[in-house]
Ligand binder design. Structure first.
Ligand code: DLL
Length: 438
């Protein structure tokens, strides 16, 4: 499809001039800072520690003076401490995994949900979808933001939405064929898996009517994009987001596939050096930091995402002014994304501590088999586990597996291994072996 035939969801804001956009950003940043200062005691004291008053923040140039917010801050204020609206104004609550047992909780007002759908609608139309499309959403519905986030935007553009959620690949493919789905929203690894599974159910891509795929929630490469496009016969787009900031639709690539446009009227992106935390120039890799400037329920200032990317403010050939971030090139912490689910090794470690009495030597092995992520936790049999071990290895393995699965919400394998069989390292223990090739 020629790009010119693809409509914008919101032409005025998507193609606004940089100068006009800056005026909007400055005004929205000022009111967000004022609101947070007056309503969120935790953030107010952070500003006070730096000797800052809301009046000191006049333009986006002043952003760099504001203190950062991290996942730890969300944990310290769990569950509602960073909300800037009373609970009766909060229409929905989502949550995602935190670095320990505690979830990261986010709240949206009715207006926030509308803004979310607006950003998602821009993404879907940027990919080429419109009211004539049938959008099959196979992101998880629930506390995860993927399902409901994609759903809201697809409804807003007037498409027919199939809230398929995750799992049951045969049923997903049958629906895709019988219902004539034209747009697919899911994780890239699941898209590839579905592409591969077609033949198992006697189908080929010719049985499908898919045109576009809006894939995200986990890292994937350009090569993987081409593979998915080939197997499912569609054009694939990379959608990025995180629950703390909104959910899917913080950014997405356009048909030029030259970076992901961040909706800068709502989210101010910065890239900072991973050691000095000073802002770096366009094109230089660093940690992505976002400030929400149009959110009510839980606005966040300078949220450190731990995602590594670079950014460019050059205008794109598609006509959009909004800055583009590169595909993510990693994370600055140890978070793993397994089948779209965020997993911190520390979560597994706390289960082992509980179940095995003391922290045993363990290793997490992540692989991708038939395009599906697998996770195996190998645990050395220690004294604490030994009595269990003699009772029967399988019983112990199953007990630990069930615990890990209930904490993480994804399936895994647990294998007890001989003492001293996991390699020791002299420095930091190498807890994770990620064999996936994206
Ligand atoms: O994954 C939101 C989302 C849902 C995005 C559906 C796209 C599609 P969280 O569970 O909070 O939210 O996880 C956020 O996932 O910080 C990144 O590390 C990673 N991530 C999200 N999108 C991408 C992407 C959702 N396109 C974390 N490429 C983020 C690489 C991604 N990593």
């Amino acid at each position: 499809m020629s790009y010119l035939n693809r409509p914008y969801w919101n032409r005025a804001i998507e193609t606004i001039s940089r100068d006009e956009l800056t005026v909007i950003q400055n005004q929205r940043l000022r009111s967000t800072v004022e609101k947070i200062y007056s309503r969120v005691p935790y953030y107010r004291s952070k500003m006070q520690e730096k000797g800052l008053l809301p009046a000191d923040i006049k333009t986006v140039e002043d952003l760099k003076n504001l203190p950062f917010v991290t996942k730890q801050d969300l944990r310290d204020t769990y569950p509602y401490g960073l909300f800037a609206e009373p609970l009766d104004a909060i229409s929905r609550i989502h949550a995602s995994s935190g670095t320990t047992g505690k979830q990261t909780v986010v709240g949206y007002t009715k207006r926030d949900l509308d803004l979310w759908s607006e950003c998602m609608a821009r993404c879907l139309m940027m990919a080429g979808a419109d009211h004539t499309d049938i959008v099959q959403v196979c992101y998880g519905y629930g506390l995860f933001t993927g399902g409901l986030g994609a759903h809201g935007g697809a409804e807003l553009i007037g498409a027919s939405v199939i809230p398929a959620s995750t799992g049951n690949t045969r049923r997903q493919l049958t629906m895709m064929k019988d219902f004539g789905s034209t747009v697919l929203c899911c994780t890239p690894s699941y898209a590839l898996y579905m592409g591969d599974s077609l033949k198992d159910y006697g189908m080929t891509k010719k049985d499908l009517k898919l045109k576009f795929g809006v894939f995200g929630a986990e890292p994937w490469s350009v090569n993987m994009r081409h593979e998915i496009e080939d197997r499912l016969g569609l054009e694939a787009f990379d959608i990025y987001g995180l629950s703390e900031i909104m959910g899917p639709s913080v950014s997405q690539d356009c048909p030029y596939h030259a970076g992901l446009h961040v909706w800068e009227d709502a989210f101010l992106p910065e890239i900072v050096d991973t050691e000095t935390f000073e802002p770096v120039p366009d094109g230089v890799l660093g940690e992505l930091v976002f400030t929400t400037i149009d959110k009510e329920g839980m606005p966040l200032i300078r949220y450190r995402t731990r995602d590594i990317a670079s950014i460019t403010h050059e205008k794109c050939e598609c006509g959009r002014v909004h800055a583009r971030m590169s595909k993510l090139s990693g994370r600055s912490d140890d978070m793993l994304i397994i089948r779209g689910v965020n997993v911190f090794p520390s979560q597994i470690e706390s289960v082992l501590l509980e179940e095995a009495g003391a922290a045993p030597h363990y290793q997490i092995i992540v692989d991708r088999i038939n395009n599906l992520d697998t996770m195996t936790v190998e645990i050395e049999v220690s004294e604490n586990l030994f009595s269990d071990y003699v009772k029967g290895m399988e019983v112990t393995e199953n007990r630990i597996r069930a615990m890990i699965e209930s904490v993480l919400g994804i399936s895994c394998k647990v294998r007890l291994v001989e003492p001293k069989s996991i390699p020791r390292s002299e420095g930091k223990a190498k807890r994770v072996i990620d064999k996936r090739v994206l």
